[in-house]
Design a protein around this ligand. Sequence first.
Ligand SMILES: Nc1ncnc2c1ncn2[C@@H]1O[C@H](COP(=O)(O)OP(=O)(O)O)[C@@H](O)[C@H]1O
Ligand SMILES: [Mg+2]
Length: 405
Amino acid sequence: MDSARNPYTPNAGASPEIVVGRGEQTKAFRTLLGRLGAGRTHQSMVMVGLRGVGKTVLLNEFRDIAHQENWEVIEHEASKHDDSRFRQTMATLLRGALLRLSPRARWTDRGHRAASVITAFSVSMDQQGTWSLGWDVEPSEGLGDHGELGMDLSDALVAVGEAAQERQRGVAILIDEVQFLSARQLEALIQAIHKTVQRKLPITFVGAGLPQIAELAGDAKSYAERLFQFPTVDSLSPEDARTAITDPAAAESVQYDDDAVDLAVEITRGYPYFIQELGYQVWEIAEQNPISRDDVEQAREAYEAKLDSSFFRVRLDRATPLQSAYMRAMAELGPEPQKADAVARVLGRESSQVGPTRAELIDMGLLYTPEHGYAAFTVPDFDKYMLRAVPELLVPPIQKRKKRT
Ligand SMILES: Nc1ncnc2c1ncn2[C@@H]1O[C@H](COP(=O)(O)OP(=O)(O)O)[C@@H](O)[C@H]1O
Ligand SMILES: [Mg+2]
């Protein structure tokens, strides 16, 4: 088929031609905005799922829905930053949202107050005074300046929420890759949302990330369980997978034979990323309309090669020899979550010796802990890839570790 018309989107975060099978989540998000907008309270959500299932695409859908509902949107992809950098980022994003809610010249008392709380929030940890939010708004006193992240962020979100409410608008804070927030940063967000919910303000935080067990302690945990649901974003059902394969082609007036779709569903097992990659390769190879089972069979090799050289490989490329040996040992044991001591045994080491490597891999987002003592790959089928990419398990000799920072 004509490459220029290839309708598949095998790229991280690329919105597919049609977003299949996510009606439940988008409905829940509409309900959330509707209820908060009406001065009611509602549980927000943090969506969890493996790489490539469509979390970022869903957050993009939420952004569009929020805009349709006339809400302001703050979008952020979290990365590992210390608290003062986190403050700067949040302050910059909140400043932008406030200015979009109303231009400075039209600020009311609430607008002015929100601005000064944002300034106080942005500076209170920045002892060097080298960073400035870039607007000459005096910091408030007694709000946003306690020096404690959770309290300060609460003040900032309450102030921005009040400014939004006055304009009969709302603010949706959408944060991707939440697993990269530190426990303290996530707790601060939860604490802040706890405040805005108590005040029934139209401001909320919706997150997406890898399925870590929530490593939250104490109060933050009990707030989190009351304030958030943690819906799982997963592979598509067989029917939805069929639609995801056939609809983009149908929009270009290209059909699939039924048994071609059967095979495509079987190969991809409904994983959105895999569907897009296979669809893309099939389109490149097929010469006749409708697309046949033979076309899908022929595209399979290019599909697997492409996944290996991109989706999988970028992950392995970031790993040290010891880290990749760890993942290779896990793969040896199979696709299920694996116990730390079982992996250590395959490596011929003590659990305590390889514990730091495991922690690094979790930190990097390559592994997650579905339950205490276990680890699993964050990428579907990564175990099979490891067996292909590293045919023989080689354990590097023990070295003195450098101190971790
Ligand atoms: N509901 C869906 N239907 C079809 N394809 C999808 C769907 N959601 C995501 N995709 C595709 O799957 C791939 C991964 O999506 P992405 O949102 O980046 O996943 P994640 O953020 O969970 O890693 C992209 O190529 C995207 O086009
Ligand atoms: Mg993503």
